[in-house]
Design a protein around this ligand. Sequence first.
Ligand SMILES: [Zn+2]
Length: 125
Amino acid sequence: MPFICENVECRAVLARGQVRSSHEDAGWCFYCPDCQARNELKDIGAPGGPVELVQPERSGPPHKIIARAQPLEDGRYAAQLRVQRALAKRGTYAVEERWEQLGVFPDAQKAVAHANTFAAELLKA
Ligand SMILES: [Zn+2]
């Protein structure tokens, strides 16, 4: 399995041969050759055996959520949402899901709040 840079702006997919792991006081890590971000590694090798490094799983995958309020002709706002789920394979995203009208609200803040709540429910599943 390749390593993937944890820097959301970078997310470089790196073959193991491309990175040099180093053991620092804080533990194992590697520095991304593209953006120089420090990426944490974990040794899962048996005690006394050879070192076997993996990237620790992050609890919250970096889903992309865009919640917005679309002004309607009658002065109200439609709650709109776009979601791109981060897939289990790090650095990859599912096809964007879109909702043009999750509901109609008297003000923009309520519409955005509704879209965010909807996204939270969706991604919990
Ligand atoms: Zn990077």
